[in-house]
Ligand binder design. Structure first.
Ligand SMILES: CC(C)(COP(=O)(O)OP(=O)(O)OC[C@H]1O[C@@H](n2cnc3c(N)ncnc32)[C@H](O)[C@@H]1OP(=O)(O)O)[C@@H](O)C(=O)NCCC(=O)NCCS
Length: 177
């Protein structure tokens, strides 16, 4: 199987990716997940791993954000919505997608580090791919609730231009991803 990797505008490529989200996270599945009811940001860019016919096999969203770390403004990027079609898992596609996301951020030049959120059982998957657990506190915004502590999912960080902090307080200054 030959694969193609594309980095596309987040909103414009959403129709290509929506079927993958709908298949993996339909509303009835999301309702039983820890992050049910949380409002998430929309990706600015998307890494798509496609087969030769253009079918989307794997996705990773990229979210550019000016956050505050211990009160200081820092340009970072979120990575989220890492999904591989159920029948194409365990072939390295998410690894390819994550590497492409980190490479994209390195080329942007203004991104200091990346932040990703995942369920605790996924932590080993990401730490095996260069992410480190973030042991500090994370705050995010939610509609009608304002700024809230975001501890539903575990935070991980990845170096990009600078060494990512693993402690302290990150205020996402917006919706989580
Ligand atoms: C988590 C998820 C994205 C992983 O996608 P994937 O494409 O199967 O991931 P990879 O193939 O890169 O890696 C998965 C496993 O495949 C195996 N693998 C990786 N590359 C391989 C290759 N080239 N050949 C054979 N097996 C390989 C490894 O065992 C790897 O696990 P490990 O290294 O952590 O032990 C996928 O399971 C998924 O979509 N899950 C549902 C949604 C979800 O939970 N997303 C995460 C949100 S945080």
């Amino acid at each position: 199987m030959s694969i193609e990797i594309e980095i596309l505008n987040g909103d414009a490529s959403w129709p290509l990716v929506k079927p993958l989200y709908d298949a993996i996270w339909p509303p009835e599945v999301v309702a039983g997940l820890p992050w049910a009811g949380i409002t998430f940001a929309h990706a600015d860019l998307r890494v798509l791993v496609q087969d030769e016919s253009g079918e989307v096999l794997c996705h990773a969203g990229i979210y550019r954000r000016l956050v505050k770390w211990n009160g200081q403004n820092v340009n970072i990027a979120g990575i989220g919505g890492v999904l591989t079609r159920a029948d194409r898992r365990n072939r390295g596609l998410a690894t390819v997608g994550l590497n492409a996301a980190i490479q994209t951020l390195r080329h942007e030049d203004s991104i200091n580090y990346a932040v990703l959120f995942c369920a605790p059982d996924r932590i080993p998957f990401y730490t095996a791919r260069g992410f480190l657990p973030f042991d500090g506190d994370v705050y995010a915004e939610q509609p009608e609730r304002g700024r809230v502590r975001f501890d539903t999912l575990s935070a991980l960080v990845h170096d990009v231009k600078r060494t990512a902090p693993t402690r302290g307080t990150i205020d996402l200054c917006g919706l989580p991803w």
